[in-house]
Design a protein around this ligand. Sequence first.
Ligand SMILES: [Zn+2]
Length: 148
Amino acid sequence: MAGDQGSAQPAAGMQVSWIAYAAILIVGFLSLFSLYMGFINYGDNTDIAIIFIFLGAAGFAAIGYMLFRGKPVATAKDDTLTIKKVEVYTTLECPKCQQKRVRDFKRGDYVFKDDEPCTRCDGLMVITKIARKKEEEDKKKKEESSWL
Ligand SMILES: [Zn+2]
């Protein structure tokens, strides 16, 4: 009967976060209990009370450390981290002579903005398109298909 179990393993990330939450709950409960014992004993047994309060404070410090460390790990698999390396270009067009120019995106660029003087005539070039670089999209598609 024992051989019926499959060899598929659950996602490691799920297990780690579950254990972390359980550990935080247990440490939090123990810390609260230690602080409580410390305050109860403070009157007649100051030495023991100080040890309990110290344990409680250390427990809360450990929880703070776990939460501080755990947050980036929990969001590491989100899509937000893959967005940062996208390159954007701006396409400019001259309405007078139809000359086209492509340059890197600059802060403040928006479509239909009169941007810079035309190099061929005396007109002003207008931004007609702001888009991501194509190679970036192609690379992404290739990556996605190789994962499937
Ligand atoms: Zn022009």
